[in-house]
Every structure is written in C-alpha cells, then in structure tokens.
Ligand binder design. Structure first.
Ligand SMILES: NC(=O)c1ccc[n+]([C@@H]2O[C@H](COP(=O)([O-])OP(=O)(O)OC[C@H]3O[C@@H](n4cnc5c(N)ncnc54)[C@H](OP(=O)(O)O)[C@@H]3O)[C@@H](O)[C@H]2O)c1
Length: 272
C-alpha cells in the first residue's frame, strides 16, 4: 500500500498527537497537511511537524486520500457543510469527534466512506485506546488506513456496531477521569492515614501505573490478578470486602450506564 495522503481539518491537540504519532511511525511530512482557522495553531503545528498548513479547509483536502475531521463536535456541522462540495470520490472521512454519528456526517457530506472513532485523552501521550466503527462504504484498504492512523496514538479496536461507540465512550472515553477520581480519593485517604500529601499522591500514581502495566502484560485477567494478591484475612481482603459491602460493582455499572446514556443523548442533539 502506498503512503496515503492525510489532511487534518482542525489542528488542535488531537490532530497534533495523531500527526506526531504518524511522524514517529515514519510517515513522511509531505504526506500530511492540516488546516485550521487560527494562524497561531497553523504556525505551531507547521513548526512542530514540518507539515504544510492551510487556512482554507477546502484547499487542504485537495488530493488527500484520508480526511481527518478533528474539530470540536459543536462546529462539525458547519465544517462538513462547507467541505461537502469539495470532497472527491474515494476520499475516506475519519471523524474523531465525540457524539457525531456516521449518519449525521453522511447527511452533511453526502454518501461517503466514513470511519467514526472514539479516542481518549491519553492519546495525547500516544497511550490512548480508541474504538473504531466503519460504515458499509469503507473498503478493506481504507479500514487499514484508519487503523494505522489511530494506532499511531495507542491501541485501535474495531466495533461491529456503531451504537457500541456509546459504550466505548462510557468505558474508555470517559474512563481516564474515573481513574483520576480513584487516585484523588486514595490520595486523600492516604493523607488521613498520616502520609504527607505528596507522598500519598506519588504512592497512588505509581500504584495505578504499576497495576495497569502488570495487568496489560499478564496472561490472566484482572479478577485473577486480584485474587493472587488477596490473601485470606489479609490487608487487601479487608479493603476489598469494604469496597464490596459499599456496592462498588453496582456503583461502577450505574456510572457507566449514565455515561453511555449521556453519550447517546449528546449524539442526538449534535446530529440536529
Ligand atoms: N482531546 C481529547 O482527548 C479527545 C478525546 C476524544 C475525542 N476528541 C475529539 O477530538 C476533536 C478535537 O479535539 P481537540 O481536543 O483536539 O480540540 P481542539 O484542540 O480545540 O482542536 C480543534 C481545532 O480546530 C480549530 N477549528 C475550529 N473551527 C474550525 C473550522 N471551522 N475550520 C478549521 N479549524 C477549526 C480550533 O480552533 P479554535 O480553537 O480557534 O476554535 C482548534 O484549533 C473533538 O471533536 C473531540 O471530541 C478529543
């Protein structure tokens, strides 16, 4: 497969991460361009990555194989309506905007091959995870291009049904904040147990990092890892029993259901 030419519409944080990831994978700067209505954003991304930038979105997409829509969801409709007349046959549309369905994109852009992605914030450190959904117009080669793109900032996982994007949003899209909340709560509790705040914080951060690395590297699931570190009548068991007595699992399920419901509601509103 020849190197696809990729045009980014919106040169903000996510576009910069994706471009950085692609460049780190060895993609040539000549194959990447970006447009943004802000001169400062354009200058910044051009200086950082050596790519060509455009003030005009329509100009940026000329001759591109892949068009990455990386603007905020609230401006997506206007951006698409402006681009619709300029899109060429065969160009793949990749949207990373939260809450914008492939049907809305096709409504604004006309029938197009569309890949809708839900990345998460650690993509900014190339440690993200994304759910990807391709509509029926996307070819096998285009799927591979979308996977390479999102794979440049972390793990990319395909979904068979678009409605599962709401579940991905609930699990991994909003997920970093759940871990931040746990880190916050554990830090506060550690401080109450007498640790200096900075020490409690470092203990929590590095425990989260170590546990995640251990779980990722392990060939057994998290439940088994937990059992292995929970000896009968030990300290971990005392804590886990307290979590469970407080309804921890049900609380997590309720929280994720609330996020998924909100994701569906937002998609409904943004698609108008
Ligand atoms: N950041 C994340 O962790 C994350 C995670 C999942 C999904 N996403 C999705 O990724 C998308 C981009 O997020 P981001 O954090 O990268 O946002 P961002 O930093 O605000 O980047 C968007 C860029 O697009 C520019 N822009 C706005 N209107 C434009 C237009 N009409 N034409 C060209 N450029 C325009 C913005 O300029 P101004 O600032 O001047 O308006 C900004 O530079 C969003 O849809 C978001 O839902 C982000």
């Amino acid at each position: 497969m020849t190197t696809p030419r990729i045009a980014f519409i919106g040169a903000g944080n996510m576009a910069a991460s994706l471009i950085g990831g692609l460049r780190a994978q060895g993609v040539d700067a000549d194959a990447i361009r970006a447009s943004d209505h802000g001169a400062e954003q354009r200058a910044k991304i051009a200086a950082e990555h050596g790519i060509e930038t455009f003030a005009s979105n329509a100009e940026a997409i000329q001759g591109a194989d892949v068009i990455v829509l990386a603007v905020k969801p609230q401006v997506m409709k206007d951006v698409c309506l402006e681009l619709a007349a300029h899109i060429e046959d065969g160009q793949l549309i990749v949207s990373i905007a939260a809450g914008i369905t492939s049907a809305s994109l096709e409504h604004w852009l006309g029938p197009r091959p569309v890949v809708r992605c839900m990345p998460n914030t650690p993509a900014l450190l190339r440690q993200g995870v994304s759910g990807l959904y391709a509509n029926a117009r996307v070819s096998a080669a285009q799927r591979q291009r979308a996977e390479q793109l999102l794979g440049a900032v972390g793990l990319a996982l395909w979904l068979d049904e678009e409605r599962l994007i709401d579940a991905v949003t609930a699990v991994s899209g909003s997920g970093p904040a759940y871990f931040f909340l746990l880190i916050e709560a554990m830090t506060a509790a550690g401080e109450k147990l007498g640790l200096p705040r900075a020490t409690a914080e470092q203990l929590c951060l590095h425990t989260a990092l170590g546990a995640a690395r251990m779980a990722v590297a392990s060939d057994v699931d998290a439940a088994e890892l937990r059992r292995r570190v929970t000896s009968p009548a030990g300290t971990t068991e005392a804590a886990i029993k307290t979590f469970q007595a407080g309804g921890f699992e049900a609380l997590v399920e309720n929280a994720l259901n609330a996020a998924a419901r909100r994701s569906a509601e937002l998609a409904e509103q943004l698609g108008q």
